[in-house]
Design a protein around this ligand. Structure first.
Ligand code: NDP
Length: 492
């Protein structure tokens, strides 16, 4: 039976008769179906979110916090099922699905604490230097949020948006990726069971051009929060401009790692391999460009090839597996296409380069490293979003920084060196929203996550993730005895 959508607190059939298969990426076989919803579904969901807004916005923030804590507890109670569902739908190793489940429970808890803080500190005092006005700033919810998420971290992306939005007092309609909608539906079910009032959260499944676009264009949506490709992000910004909707965009990257000649080669090779191939390289912050100092390049590449070739590949539920299949046939074809492009551009395959021999079904691609890469090659310049790493060499710090920044993207950048003054200096010079020094691809839920340049705008996680759903509202109070209007006006 086709999965229902969640609108106004009810599980209902979509108005559309079309369905989409949920495919297990480790076999390529369908195991469930979701609705390919339509504009009518979106309209019903947005109306439900609008109707729920006055009640939710005026629910004391402390009560919203209590509800979010119940959701966190329900996630912990359903850890096994959520992780298994995520691995089946997305393909990622179970160990990583468990990390995702544990992380989202922590995120619901963190935003519950921030809702409590909103309850105790609703307004910030602004010092004006004068004495005839008292000025405070309240933080008010933006309203109805349209959320569109991709397929690489379905549980996480749902939570990075839904938890802070609801903590802030917003209501929401979310469209998860057509490839991985099941865990978003499962979370919505847990939230409904935890007592979330009807309409505060609505989930409509379906494709981007049908459901996503209808959500972006709906006049009842006040803000669009999007994670996905830069191309779609541009389309969303154009669509949102029609009503001057607010937008947050978390987009792609072509993230560099710079490895200096003073590193511990074994440790650095582990950090680079992890950053490049975790989640099959399908990470917006995935390390996809390696800049290695020429003095250690031969040695480092040899060690890197060894480490990468030893990454255990298999279906997500296999013991100790580090890499699963890619998410879908289309992503598999796209990444294989880039590997062919790299070869035809003249890059050399150091390791990997296609499907692992032992895999006869599923969307598996071995960790692939290209050397003899030049800065004009497509594998160096374009986001691949799969397990492909391109390597160039540099002679000095200035050249490394120049090559690292020579990209339209600016999401994440990593620097590895034993010299802490140098890692600090280089991190400061890198054009990126997130920098890692002597580590790689660490997600810190209390810290801001997002990019500069064509990697997007706005930040998720931490207090910045909450601010994304709040508008500052100025409240100026005139004190008795301060004079009257025109003649006593002061520029404070
Ligand atoms: P998309 O940007 O196409 O998809 C992300 C989300 O946007 C999905 O829910 C998608 O729907 C939806 N969408 C697509 N078109 C529209 C539209 N016109 N209006 C509104 N919503 C829309 O990314 P893909 O999944 O196709 O992946 C393609 C590439 O994007 C990857 O190879 C990678 O380079 C990049 N990417 C970046 C991510 C990141 O975290 N920064 C995450 C995922 C991808 P649908 O369900 O139909 O796909």
């Amino acid at each position: 039976m086709t999965q229902q959508i969640y609108v106004a607190g009810d599980w209902v059939a979509s108005n559309a008769s079309e369905t989409l298969d949920c495919v297990d990426p480790s076999t390529g076989e369908a195991f469930d179906k979701i609705a390919n919803g339509n504009a009518q579904d979106v309209d019903a969901a947005v109306k439900a979110a609008r109707a729920a807004l006055p009640g939710w916005r005026s629910t004391p923030a402390g009560e919203r916090a209590a509800l979010l804590r119940k959701v966190a507890a329900a996630i912990v109670d359903n850890r096994e099922d959520l992780a298994a569902l995520e691995t089946r739908d997305n393909g990622k190793p179970m160990a990583e699905s468990y990390i995702d489940v544990d992380t989202i429970a922590a995120i619901f808890g963190m935003y519950a604490d921030m809702a409590d803080d909103l309850a105790t500190n609703p307004e910030e005092v602004v010092e004006t230097g004068g004495d005839v006005m008292e000025v405070t700033v309240a933080r008010v919810p933006i309203g109805v949020i349209g959320m569109i998420t991709p397929w690489n971290f379905p549980l996480e992306q749902f939570t990075w948006k839904v938890a802070p939005a609801l903590a802030a007092g917003c209501t929401a309609v979310i469209k998860p990726s057509e490839f991985t909608s099941l865990s978003s539906l499962a979370l919505a079910r847990l939230m409904g069971e935890a007592g979330l009032p009807a309409g505060v959260l609505n989930v409509v499944t379906g494709t981007g051009p049908r459901v996503g676009e209808a959500l972006v264009m709906h006049p009842g949506v006040d803000k669009v929060s999007f994670t996905g490709s830069t191309a779609t992000g541009k389309q969303i910004m154009r669509g949102a401009a029609e009503d001057l909707k607010r937008v947050s965009l978390e987009l792609g990257g072509k993230n560099p790692v710079i490895v200096f000649d003073d590193v511990d080669i074994d440790a650095a090779a582990e950090w680079v391999t992890f950053g490049a191939f975790v989640n099959q390289g399908q990470v917006c912050t995935a390390t996809s460009r390696l800049l290695v100092h020429e003095a250690i390049a031969d040695k480092f590449e040899a060690r890197l090839a060894e480490v990468a070739a030893n990454v255990k590949i298999g279906s997500g539920d296999t013991d100790a597996v580090k890499m699963g299949p890619l998410v879908s046939q289309s992503q598999y074809d796209k990444v294989m296409g880039y590997i062919e492009t790299g070869r035809s551009e003249g890059a050399r395959v150091l390791t990997g380069g296609g499907r692992p021999d032992e895999m006869d079904k599923g969307y598996y691609i071995a960790p692939t490293i290209f050397t003899d890469v030049t800065a004009d090659m497509r594998v160096w310049r374009e986001e691949i979003f799969g397990p492909v790493l391109s390597v160039m060499r540099f002679a000095d710090e200035a050249e490394a920084i120049q090559l690292a920044n020579d990209t339209p993207y600016g999401l994440a950048a990593t620097v590895l060196s034993a010299d802490e003054a140098r890692t600090e200096r280089v991190a400061d010079a890198l054009e990126a929203g997130i920098t890692w020094q002597n580590c790689n691809n660490m997600v810190v839920i209390q810290a801001p996550w997002g990019g500069v340049k064509k990697s997007g705008m706005g930040r998720e996680l931490g207090r910045w993730g909450l601010d994304a759903f709040l508008e500052p509202k100025q409240k100026t109070r005139w004190k008795a005895g301060g004079g009257v209007g025109w003649y006593d006006m002061k520029i404070a």
